[in-house]
Design a protein around this ligand. Structure first.
Ligand code: ZN
Length: 146
């Protein structure tokens, strides 16, 4: 834990999302704005719509579940890295709960919209994390860190 804390730059980026804002795009634009090479983030709040994926290893593609209602964000977390060409990659997962407390979750896709609020905390890291295409999965996986 102390080693992890030592990797944190110290400048936590806090962004409060407004109703209807796209969560994935908000994380990505914050990363671009602050020129982030590597970071971890978390978010709580609510969604009014969610597009959540499950990666099918046989088909090598995401199956998507779409929820079009107000739900709580129990947890949204992930990391920010770069591809070899320098472009930013946001990898986020989300767990959302309905009025009965039933939780659904998976890989966060664009199109997931903030509900009442979204409290995003990004912790930039001193490291550089690089993602490269993985032949086996066709996904951009973490291949390098400095
Ligand atoms: Zn994922």
């Amino acid at each position: 834990m102390l080693e992890f804390l030592d990797e944190i730059k110290g400048n936590v980026i806090i962004r409060v999302l407004t109703t209807g804002e796209d969560i994935y795009e908000a994380i990505k634009s914050a990363a671009e704005e602050h020129n982030i090479n590597a970071a971890v983030f978390n978010m709580i709040g609510a969604v009014s719509k969610a597009v959540i994926g499950y990666f099918d290893m046989k088909k090598k593609e995401y199956l998507k579940n779409i929820f079009e209602k107000d739900m709580e964000i129990v947890s949204c977390m992930g990391n920010i890295a770069r591809k070899e060409d320098g472009s930013i990659v946001v990898h986020a997962h989300i767990a959302i709960a309905d009025e009965k407390g039933h939780v659904y979750g998976g890989h966060l896709f664009p199109g997931t919209l903030a509900g009442a609020t979204g409290e995003l905390f990004i912790l930039p890291l001193k490291k550089k994390i690089v993602r490269k295409i993985d032949e086996k999965t066709s996904l951009f996986l973490i291949k390098d860190q400095k």
